[in-house]
Design a protein around this ligand. Structure first.
Ligand SMILES: NC(=O)c1ccc[n+]([C@@H]2O[C@H](COP(=O)([O-])OP(=O)(O)OC[C@H]3O[C@@H](n4cnc5c(N)ncnc54)[C@H](O)[C@@H]3O)[C@@H](O)[C@H]2O)c1
Ligand SMILES: Nc1ncnc2c1ncn2[C@@H]1O[C@H](COP(=O)(O)OP(=O)(O)OP(=O)(O)O)[C@@H](O)[C@H]1O
Length: 519
């Protein structure tokens, strides 16, 4: 990397020097030295090991460049966060002088107070909804500049809700946090609870988005019936995809009231108006619904109209009673974590020059695609080398996705509420390569090395394949926006029902009593 070049990108070099990052300069010097060796003209007829040596030096040069860029990007990130913080602070001050009209807000959360202030301090958010809940105003507020103006132009306001932890037995009991105490040299975990999350509406939901599996007659019939019921009995505003609106209108002009969107820009802002999402289909439709929300996701109610339905606990035949109880609340929900992925191309000058983010609810898979060669993937976890995957590929899965592709590749089944990242190889060409589960706070980097024989391919929840050429990398970490899905019972009983009913987990005839016994 050219240090002069780098310096022109925001004077990061200057500030690194100021801050005493002398090892950065050492890295740059080492890289220069390596580069000089590598760039020496190739002598005809030289020994094979010289070619190998030159290859190795090229790799060293690349690693040094990445290390130097890593430090620079940390500095750039700090600057960016500072800039965002200052912008946010300024906006908060401006908003303090504005008052939003309060409409139909009945909870203990004061609408004007919330409208007045972005959640700038912990104090204010506690005043809003208490210490043990998360208020929807804090969770679902869009930070874009004109977001309030946009919401105000809509006829209805988003319903507000509060999330609470439920302790075992007593539903209303406030959650007591796990506290690890280090006092007096003793490490103790003070309190544990079931940590079931409960959603309580503070104002009634008014706008529903229905997403449906395409090309299914039973889904089409159910959708038309549900839309009619929701409009006539519950007086709700209904949004559907453009395709579904056309289908409904081809049936009858009665469905003229159903709303939709015209372009992607409007989809990005759906979370500002939609209180609840209903899916009619299988697990794929839940994945589809999650993919429509690149930021906050409204609660999803998944009705089962597929063959497996691991994430779809609601029976479509009983949709009226299910929706009635969900619209009234409280609802037990599973907060499903998502992974945020970026593709960083070899030519990129820094990690910031990337493609993404792409959010996945199940997994991101890096495999050999149509290539007949073994994948060769260098894996790093928070900059520590993990391993090189030689085989068909690698799955980085959420715990929700642990029962999908990762399971088929030999990974563990993990309760969706466990915050971890599964690291599951696909057909590794090594007998000792067991799957791992890593903590949720790590950043993983999967690098296709420059000496890889073929390309790798990344796919996201089984969709959108992207080619990764030698030198390209996929960077993956836990996303900030989980997917809340409504539970039929609670997150644990739903998970256990799914593995029993959907996967027939550990199904075996019980051994009879008659037969040999301990003396
Ligand atoms: N060998 C495999 O098991 C394999 C191969 C490719 C993709 N997949 C999975 O398919 C998913 C995409 O689903 P789709 O419906 O769009 O494709 P699809 O129509 O090919 O269905 C894949 C199957 O996976 C099931 N599934 C999806 N998510 C699940 C989950 N979290 N837990 C348990 N089962 C789940 C679906 O119910 C469906 O039966 C991918 O995210 C991947 O996990 C699995
Ligand atoms: N609204 C939608 N628009 C486009 N594609 C969708 C939509 N909903 C679902 N899909 C896609 O359709 C495919 C099948 O959906 P889904 O898994 O829900 O049904 P299924 O295959 O019948 O169910 P199961 O997998 O349980 O048998 C998935 O790949 C999904 O991504």
């Amino acid at each position: 990397m050219n240090p002069a070049n780098f310096n022109s990108k925001g004077n990061a070099l200057d500030s690194l020097q100021e801050n005493g990052y002398t090892n950065f300069l050492t890295l740059v010097d080492s890289e220069k030295a390596v580069k000089e060796i590598v760039e020496q003209p190739f002598v005809e007829g030289s020994e094979d090991h010289l070619v190998e040596f030159s290859e190795a030096m090229r790799t060293v040069s690349k690693v040094l460049r990445q290390a130097a860029e890593g430090k620079a990007s940390a500095q750039a990130e700090a600057t960016e966060w500072k800039r965002k913080y200052e912008m946010e602070r300024e906006r908060s001050l401006q908003l303090e002088h504005k008052v939003l009209p309060s409409a139909g807000h009945k909870g203990n959360c004061n609408e004007q107070e919330v409208g007045n202030s972005m959640p700038e301090t912990a104090e204010k958010s506690q005043r809003c909804c208490g210490e043990n809940g998360i208020c929807s105003h804090e969770v679902l507020r869009d930070r874009e500049k004109d977001s309030y103006a946009y919401v105000q132009t809509k006829l209805t306001r988003k319903a507000s809700f509060k999330l609470q932890w439920c302790s075992k037995g007593k539903k209303d009991d406030q959650h007591k946090h796990d506290i690890v105490s280090f006092e007096k040299g003793n490490i103790t975990t003070a309190e544990r609870s079931s940590k079931q999350i409960s959603l309580k509406w503070e104002s009634p939901p008014q706008t529903l988005l229905i997403l449906t599996k395409p090309n299914s007659t039973s889904v089409k019939i159910l959708c038309a019936e549900m839309v009619r019921w929701l409009k006539e009995k519950r007086k709700l505003n209904i949004y559907v995809e453009p395709r579904v609106r056309t289908e409904l209108l081809s049936e009858s002009s009665y469905y003229n009231f159903v709303q939709t969107w015209k372009d992607d820009k409007e989809i990005w802002r759906l979370h500002e108006i939609v209180d609840l999402v209903v899916t009619l289909g299988g697990d794929g439709t839940v994945l589809w619904a999650a993919s429509k929300f690149k930021g906050p996701v409204p609660p999803i109610v998944p009705f089962s109209l597929g063959s497996l339905g691991f994430m779809t606990p609601f029976y479509s035949e009983r949709y009226r009673e299910c929706l009635k109880s969900i619209l009234e609340g409280p609802i037990s929900i599973t907060l499903r974590h998502r992974l945020q992925c970026h593709v960083v191309r070899d030519a990129a000058k820094s990690e910031y020059e990337n493609e993404g983010p792409i959010l996945v609810l199940n997994e991101v898979t890096i495999d050999r695609g149509i290539s007949s060669f073994l994948t060769n993937l260098d894996c790093y976890c928070d900059n520590s080398f993990v391993t090189c995957v030689q085989g068909d590929g690698l799955i980085l899965s959420t715990t929700s996705g642990s029962t999908a592709y990762s399971l088929a590749a030999g990974g563990s089944m993990v309760h969706p509420q466990v915050p971890g990242i599964l690291f599951t190889p696909i057909c590794p060409h090594s007998l000792s390569f067991r799957p791992l589960i890593l903590p949720e706070h790590v950043t993983l980097r999967i690098q296709v090395p420059l000496n890889s024989r073929g390309n790798a391919w990344a796919s996201f929840d089984g969709k959108d394949r992207k080619q990764l050429a030698p030198g390209d990398a996929l960077v993956c970490s836990m996303a900030a926006w989980p997917v809340p899905t409504a539970c039929q019972g609670d997150s644990t009983s739903d998970f256990l029902n799914s593995i029993h009913d959907g996967l027939h987990w550990n199904l075996r005839k019980t051994q009879s009593f008659d037969g040999p016994r301990e003396p």
